[in-house]
Structure formats: structure tokens, C-alpha cells
Design a protein around this ligand. Structure first.
Ligand SMILES: C=CC1=C(C)c2cc3[nH]c(cc4nc(cc5[nH]c(cc1n2)c(C)c5CCC(=O)O)C(CCC(=O)O)=C4C)c(C)c3C=C
Ligand SMILES: [Fe+2]
Ligand SMILES: [Fe+2]
Length: 348
């Protein structure tokens, strides 16, 4: 008899804000060839020879500013979401992180210990990226081959275009906008190097990153184009909320290193808009399902500081979907559809 279970997966955080823990976490994260996608010898040189000499101390300070009594916001919020989803479905749900102590192996083992033989993995990323969805899928495959050959895995693709997701995201933004006087809404997504977009391009090199390809609507070639999926998330939410052209835009944050990353950059856009006279800005971060270092520190603290330095007055940050009931409900809906479609015998 087969038994189904679900593994929710998020990025992960260090065990604590101690620079030693941050270093260990960053080492695993940045040594992933789908995150820093250069030959292994170059990655070792770059990550262990350069980045890890200074970054852990800086990042530890940043983590200390946002850390909660219960631990990392990203982990705590993912756990709360998991609990809510579990309450709504009849199959076991486990939570794992791609990096850090809450490993994918432990998550799969937790399900196996409950007799599960068929696992649906749900990466908690609305948009596909090599550094997020793909690295989870690949790691799960490796673990199944090595440790869990009895398991059948069903992957969940990025859900940026699903109407129910757009509805919930729009609602979460709309609630904050109600009665708020603002001039511009920035949709800020985690950036990736442009090279990642070219590598995931399945159009035989058609994507020239020249602005023409990734913005086209409705083409299956964009199944793996992070840039397209971010732009379309913004367009769909703007449509849903009836935002007027010119009152919103898409930007990319958190760049690391010297290669060109997706543009426009969030920090420079905040600065430019503040200098151009925008006084009231709203910012939303739809690449993140859970609030984390990148939203609570980089946007809510650093972003606000940049805005105020150039004359901006009101900087409103919209929380991620986190453990909202309506978000847990749509995840539960995806789980139910999978459970029913693949369990119920077909009608004769
Ligand atoms: C080359 C480096 C990186 C790529 C590519 C990248 C892609 C990427 N990351 C997220 C989501 C998150 N990233 C977070 C932190 C973080 N990201 C990088 C680097 C890359 N990310 C670093 C070095 C860090 C650690 C913090 C720091 O030193 O700046 C987080 C927050 C984790 C937390 O504990 O709160 C998230 C979430 C996405 C969605 C993405 C590609 C689309
Ligand atoms: Fe990141
Ligand atoms: Fe493209």
C-alpha cells in the first residue's frame, strides 16, 4: 500500500547569529554549483579564499538585527506555515531547508518514519530559479537515489502564474494599501546573475537578455525564466489591484560580487526615486514567501535608510505571505488535488 506525504522546502538560515554558524551556513550555500555557478576550483577560490573571510562577520551582524527569540524569522515563519497546512490536509507534512541543519534528508526521513512512500515536494518559491527550485529538485533526486530508493517523488513547479496565488498575494498587498497615501510601489525580487537566466534558457540561446524575450507573455519557453516570472508576477498583481501604469515597477535586490545581475537594482532605484521627489513609497518582495534577512534587514532597514537619506518620507514594507491562512489554504488545495487525482481510481 502506498502512502502519501508532503515536504515543504525553504532556503534555510544559520543555526544562530554567531559568525561561526553563519560561516558554516554560507559555505554550504555558496558552494552550491547552482548558486555560484563557476567551476569547482574557482568556486573554492572565490568562496573559501575570498567571500568567507569577511562576509560571515558582516552577515552575522545583519542577522543579529532581525533574529527573534524563537530563532531565524525564515525558519519560524516556515514552521508556522507548515503547522497551518498540516491542519488543513490529511497527509503528513514535513518541513526542510535546502541549506543548514533542517536538511532535506531529515525531512524525507521524517516522512519515511511515518510510512510515507510517495512524496510531493513543494519548494516555497513562487518563481523558478536555478539557485532555488532547481537546486532543491536536484538535491532531492540525489538523496532518493542514495538513501530513499523506495520513494516516489512528485515535484511542484513554480506557482507565480497560478490565479489563486496572485489572488492571495494581491489581497495581502491590497489590505496594506487600503487608506494608505503612496506614490509608488516597488516590487523587489531577489536578484540572480544574468548568466543564470541564460543558463536556464531553453530556447537554444534565443534569450539575449536584451529586454525583448523575457517580457513576452504566455510562452512555454519561460517555464525556466526567472526574469520573466518576476515580471509577470508584477503585471498580474498590478492588474488584479488595478494599479495605474507608472505607479509601480519591478526591481532586483541582494546582488553579490561583480558580475552583472538582473536590473534595475532595488537600492539604486530607491535612491533614484527619492532623489526624483518621491516621498511615499511602498515596497513588496514577492520572491520571498517568508520574511527573512533579505526583507527585514536589507529592505525594511537598509532600504528605508537609503530612502530617508535622499529625502523620502514614508517607506511602507509589505510583509511576505508568511503563515497567512489564505496562503496555507491554497497550499493545502494543491496537496488535496495531488492526493485525490493520484489516489482515487478513475471512473469507469
Ligand atoms: C550568488 C549568490 C546568490 C544567489 C544567486 C541567490 C539567489 C537567491 N536567494 C534567494 C533567497 C534568499 N537568499 C537569502 C540570503 C542570501 N542569499 C545569498 C546569495 C545568493 N542568493 C547570500 C550570501 C545570502 C545570505 C545572507 C547574506 O550574507 O547576504 C535569503 C535569506 C536567508 C535567511 O536566513 O533569512 C533568502 C530567503 C532567492 C529567492 C534567490 C533566487 C531567486
Ligand atoms: Fe539569496
Ligand atoms: Fe528571455
Amino acid at each position: 500500500m502506498s502512502k502519501k506525504g508532503v515536504l515543504l522546502v525553504n532556503l534555510g538560515s544559520p543555526d544562530s547569529t554567531d559568525p561561526k554558524d553563519v560561516k558554516k551556513y554560507l559555505d554550504e550555500f555558496l558552494m552550491d554549483p547552482r548558486v555560484i555557478d563557476v567551476p569547482r576550483w574557482a568556486r573554492i577560490l572565490l568562496v573559501r579564499g575570498i567571500i568567507l573571510n569577511t562576509r560571515p562577520k558582516q552577515s552575522a551582524k545583519a542577522y543579529a538585527k532581525i533574529w527573534w527569540d524563537e530563532g531565524s524569522p525564515l525558519i519560524v515563519l516556515s514552521e508556522r506555515l507548515k503547522e497551518k497546512v498540516q491542519q488543513k490536509v490529511q497527509v503528513p507534512v514535513a518541513l526542510a531547508m535546502r541549506y543548514g541543519s533542517m536538511t532535506l534528508k531529515k525531512g524525507l526521513q521524517e516522512l519515511v518514519d511515518q510510512g510515507v512512500t510517495e512524496v510531493k515536494t513543494i519548494p516555497l518559491y513562487p518563481q523558478f530559479a536555478m539557485a532555488t527550485t532547481e537546486t532543491i529538485d536536484v538535491k532531492v533526486d540525489e538523496l532518493v537515489t542514495e538513501f530513499f530508493p523506495q520513494l516516489t517523488i512528485t515535484r511542484t513547479p513554480a506557482f507565480y502564474h497560478k490565479p489563486e496565488y496572485i489572488e492571495v498575494l494581491s489581497k495581502s498587498i491590497g489590505e496594506k494599501l487600503k487608506g494608505l497615501d503612496y506614490e509608488h510601489i516597488l516590487f523587489s525580487y531577489h536578484g540572480v546573475p544574468e548568466r543564470h537566466i541564460r543558463k536556464s534558457d531553453i530556447t537554444n540561446g534565443n534569450c539575449k537578455m536584451n529586454g525583448k524575450c523575457c517580457f513576452k507573455m504566455g510562452s512555454p519557453q519561460h517555464e525556466f525564466c526567472y526574469r520573466h516570472q518576476c515580471e509577470i508576477t508584477t503585471v498580474n498583481v498590478a492588474k488584479n489591484l488595478g494599479l495605474k501604469n507608472g505607479t509601480y515597477s519591478t526591481t532586483f535586490q541582494s546582488r553579490l560580487g561583480f558580475d552583472p545581475w538582473l536590473q534595475p537594482y532595488t537600492d539604486r532605484t530607491i535612491e533614484r526615486m527619492g532623489k526624483a521627489g518621491i516621498k511615499k513609497m511602498v515596497i513588496v518582495t514577492p520572491a520571498f514567501v517568508s520574511d527573512c534577512l533579505e526583507t527585514l534587514e536589507e529592505i525594511a532597514m537598509e532600504g528605508e535608510e537609503i530612502f530617508h537619506e535622499v529625502g523620502g518620507k514614508e517607506f511602507t514594507v509589505i510583509p511576505c505571505l508568511n503563515d497567512r491562512d489564505d496562503f496555507a489554504k491554497i497550499i493545502a488545495g494543491w496537496i488535496d488535488s495531488w492526493r485525490i487525482v493520484t489516489t482515487e481510481p478513475a471512473l469507469a
